[in-house]
Design a protein around this ligand. Structure first.
Ligand SMILES: *[C@@H]1O[C@H](CO)[C@@H](O)[C@H](O)[C@H]1NC(C)=O
Ligand SMILES: *[C@@H]1O[C@H](CO)[C@@H](O)[C@H](O)[C@H]1NC(C)=O
Length: 612
């Protein structure tokens, strides 16, 4: 931690004021103090890339994860491929244990004060994934417009240094009113090139700091790219005891200032909005959220809207995870119903079982995905909590539960044929959006009737993105597949994906076809306690169609109410979806249109029969 002996007095004063002042007053007081003493506060940002929430390194420093973070979520170009986050395959110290990797450029924007800043990049070159081999990383890094690294081969650098992990450090000068933007760009000279980063630290470099090797430090006016060999250290160390006191005071004070500034920025932002709208700044947040919900079928990059809850808030909302609030459970853990924001917003709180590495990965994927996706037919993530060992996700509450519980094995009234079709169309829209509506294709990988949720207006929404895979869109859409370990749910798994371990959007189409059959037949995809030929739903319906007698397979509740031509059209769509050969399956958009057509047929018929 950098110490600032000159400013101790100012800081101590601020701290005591802050303790005795009301919340808002504290900010104004701080602002005032900063201005009148013309003190430039200490910037210190430590970002653990590919991490979620706060994490402490072994040297007791706090790192902020960039997943879903309000300030440190990476900025990515609209049309590029999306970055992914990964865990290192072996245990590594913070920040080397996780990374963000991308085939496209991505940036971080640091809200720094003006002046000299030290930037430190942490790298652990490794084969993170089959798609990202150690030897393929080749990228450039620039700070605002200043190039720091050009076509940099991180694995080569690590090999040369005979180190697995290393960091590189630069000094740049930031002009007043500017942010410090750090951009990672995969090399264009090598086809498989990707960029990656494990951690970034940015902190102010005070003018009175002594640089052991000033010549080796890159300054803004000079793009010669040589890192400094050692960390900057404070030169005032005559009296060891005195230094330690200053160190601690400076450390605490700078921490408080950074925190206060972040709060101040948030406050100013909301205060600005509230003047315009005549609303309190707390209210503003809710307004922003409901605005987003109303946006019809569009995606918003909404990391701004992903809230971080404290474990105390969650405990208060669930009466310390009282069983009476449980509304669901599964391999991942329990789901609780509760309310937030003084009982005004109903939510579903998903508490993941503790200590599962698999769970952690899926938890991160879910936040990463959902904090960036907003669509009428996708369940909205309101926020998350990741404190201590707790991994908790907070979703909008879906009053009518899962699709499955309306189909079989429950006390619910059976859904009408029209209701079922509307739900299927909603779900199809959600999946279609995942496949084509975002800048990169997303494969859900776990489409099933328990992952299609229904809200109070009977609108279907896709949930559970823990297994989703983001494909580099160019690659997926030109039908080159992602190879991956097979995951998903029995009965819904695409047979081709199981055999060849190649994943495409068509795997979701297969699973959705199984759901369509479930909806029609009112039974699970796999039943064991029945005749062999009826055990697998898809096979059975195929056989029935082949034999020209579909009646026995259809949900008894629907049998009388369904017109044969509608059933035929519907079954044709469903069976196309579950074709064994992925190439024969329709795209999700076609499935959606087909279902809409069936619904139209049904409505027309109803009109005609009611006119009679
Ligand atoms: C940094 O990035 C932000 C957000 O994308 C942008 O508004 C700003 O102009 C950039 N600043 C510089 C100095 O590049
Ligand atoms: C990076 O350097 C390594 C040698 O350590 C080499 O094997 C690899 O091909 C290089 N990668 C690129 C993309 O040039």
């Amino acid at each position: 931690m950098v110490s600032f002996s000159n400013n101790d007095a100012v800081f101590t004063m601020t701290i005591s004021l802050s303790l005795s002042s009301p919340f808002f007053f504290f900010f104004f007081q701080l602002l005032f103090t900063v201005r009148t003493t013309s003190f430039s506060p200490v910037d210190h940002f430590a970002v653990a890339c590919g991490n979620l929430g706060n994490i402490r390194s072994s040297d007791n420093r706090n790192w902020t994860g960039d997943i879903g973070s309000r300030i440190f979520s990476p900025i990515e170009p609209r049309n590029g491929l999306h970055s992914v986050v990964v865990n290192a395959s072996v245990r590594k110290t913070v920040p080397y244990g996780t990374a963000r990797l991308s085939y496209s450029e991505f940036s971080y924007s640091f809200p720094v004060t003006s002046g000299r800043k030290i930037i430190r990049f942490y790298f652990y070159p490794s084969s993170y994934d089959l798609n990202f081999l150690r030897s393929d990383s080749l990228f450039s890094v620039k700070a605002s417009s200043l190039p720091l690294l050009m076509d940099y081969n991180a694995s080569l650098a690590a090999d040369k240094a005979a180190e697995e992990t290393f960091f590189k450090e630069y000094v740049v000068t930031v002009d007043p009113g500017q942010r410090l933007n750090v951009t990672f760009m995969p090399s264009v000279s090598y086809e498989n090139a990707y960029a990656f980063i494990n951690g970034i630290e940015v902190f102010s470099s005070p003018t009175d700091l002594y640089y052991p090797n000033l010549d080796n430090i890159i300054t803004g006016s000079n793009p010669v790219s040589r890192p400094s060999p050692s960390l900057p250290s404070s030169k005032s160390s005559k009296n060891a005891k005195n230094t330690r006191v200053i160190f601690i005071v400076g450390g605490v004070a700078s921490g408080i200032v950074v925190l206060s500034l972040i709060l101040l920025l948030i406050f100013l932002r909301f205060a600005k909005g509230s003047v315009k709208e005549g609303k309190s700044w707390w209210g503003q947040k809710t307004v922003a959220m409901s605005k987003t919900r109303k946006t019809q079928g569009t995606s918003l990059l909404s990391s701004d809207l992903c809230r971080v809850f404290s474990i105390d808030e969650i405990r208060a909302a669930t009466n310390n995870f009282d069983d009476i609030f449980i509304i669901g459970f599964g391999g991942f853990g329990n789901v609780y119903k509760s309310y937030i924001d003084e009982g005004t917003i109903p939510v579903a709180i998903k508490r993941l079982k503790q200590g599962s590495q698999q769970g952690l990965q899926e938890f991160q994927t879910e936040i990463e995905m959902l904090s960036q996706l907003r669509h009428n037919h996708l369940v909205s993530l309101i926020g998350y909590c990741n404190e201590g060992n707790e991994m908790i996700l907070v979703y909008e509450f879906m009053a009518n539960g899962t699709l499955r519980e309306h189909l079989y094995n429950s006390d619910h009234h059976s859904l009408s044929w029209i209701q079922r079709l509307e739900i299927c169309i909603g779900a199809a829209r959600g999946i279609h959006y995942l496949h084509t509506g975002t800048k990169h294709a997303i494969i859900h990988r776990d489409i099933k009737s328990t992952n299609i949720l229904i809200d109070e207006k009977w609108m279907a929404k896709i949930s559970d993105f823990g297994l989703s895979k983001v494909g580099p869109s160019g690659i997926l859409r030109s039908n080159i597949n992602i190879s991956t370990v097979v995951k998903g749910s029995i009965g819904y798994l695409d047979p081709e994906y199981c055999m060849c371990q190649r994943l495409t959007e068509k795997s979701d189409v297969y699973s959705f076809g199984v759901v369509l059959l479930e909806v029609l037949c009112g039974r699970p995809p796999i039943l064991r306690a029945v005749e062999r030929q009826q055990q697998n739903l898809a096979e059975w319906v195929r056989r029935c169609v082949h034999e020209g007698e579909i009646g026995p397979a259809v949900d008894p509740f629907l049998r009388e109410s369904m017109r044969p031509d509608c059933i035929e059209a519907y079954i044709e769509i469903a069976l196309k979806c579950v074709a064994n050969d992925g190439n024969e399956r329709p795209a999700m958009g076609d499935v959606m249109l087909g279902l809409e057509f069936v619904l139209e047929m049904l409505r027309n018929e109803e009109e005609i029969s009611s006119d009679d």
